[in-house]
Ligand binder design. Sequence first.
Ligand SMILES: Nc1ncnc2c1ncn2[C@@H]1O[C@H](COP(=O)(O)OP(=O)(O)OP(=O)(O)O)[C@@H](O)[C@H]1O
Length: 312
Amino acid sequence: MPAPQCVSCHAARAALRRPRSGQALCGACFCTAFEAEVLHTVLAGRLLPPGAVVAVGASGGKDSTVLAHVLRELAPRLGVSLRLVAVDEGISGYRDAALAAVRRQAARWDLPLTVVAYADLFGGWTMDAVARSTAGSGRSRACCTFCGVLRRRALEEGARLVGATHIVTGHNADDMAETVLMNFLRGDAGRLARGGGLGSRGEGGALPRCRPLQLASQKEVVLYAHFRRLDYFSEECVYAPEAFRGHARHLLKLLEAARPSAALDLVHSAERLALAPAARPPPPGACSRCGALASRALCQLSLVTASRRRHI
Ligand SMILES: Nc1ncnc2c1ncn2[C@@H]1O[C@H](COP(=O)(O)OP(=O)(O)OP(=O)(O)O)[C@@H](O)[C@H]1O
């Protein structure tokens, strides 16, 4: 049976059915609709004001590749300029290939790229060194949590280096739904209380951050990359199989099989669960050792480096 006609242009054959709505669209109309939805997310949420210098966290993966491409399309209408900032965590057998993809993208899109490395920012520490130092200690499964904290700091440094006023990352609806599930499963009331808004205005002097793809499903991000023929790096980080996130991902897939809107429902639930400002836990303070943002007395980096010193 031939494919149905695209319900938007009525000229081309449909190439897909949108996973949530079931709408049959051709590739070109799907990409136009996807870009319009991201534009709406940015404008309705007032995420990026005209004149903003936007640092795009570029990992080389599908989400940040799609984000950079869409924002580049929308930049003239939004009145913003873009810089790519990539973080080299020092993960051999993984990050070098991903960085090569980011370099190809920067050249293809003619966007300035800055690479910041953990080793330069954190006294010679790379993720490989952290993983070696925690191996067998029962803390190795926390590698991804730890890396996430350092990456946040590194992205902030990189963004400041290029004169950015805002930071954007490629987290999509599935990523956010997994995080909500993880916060529930860990009983992390503090994070749940902060809710799942589209970004932060910049607590404690940090640059404002936002996630313009937060309402887009992973499937549609992949479809967009396919129809726009984007070149991205698709391998998983070598430390990811140990991460708790994998269980949340599995759980989300089961939920989506029964209820296709499960990921977006979880994202919206997190927004509704956000507590009134007065009932929220206090905002993060400063690490007593290095002064970085921290929700406890010592930040994650100080905790790891302090315990490493004790072992020596
Ligand atoms: N090494 C990095 N350098 C710069 N930004 C990063 C890096 N790793 C992650 N990010 C940012 O954080 C977002 C979410 O991170 P995640 O770990 O899901 O990335 P990924 O799976 O490697 O790639 P992607 O999300 O781009 O497909 C990315 O979309 C990107 O914007």
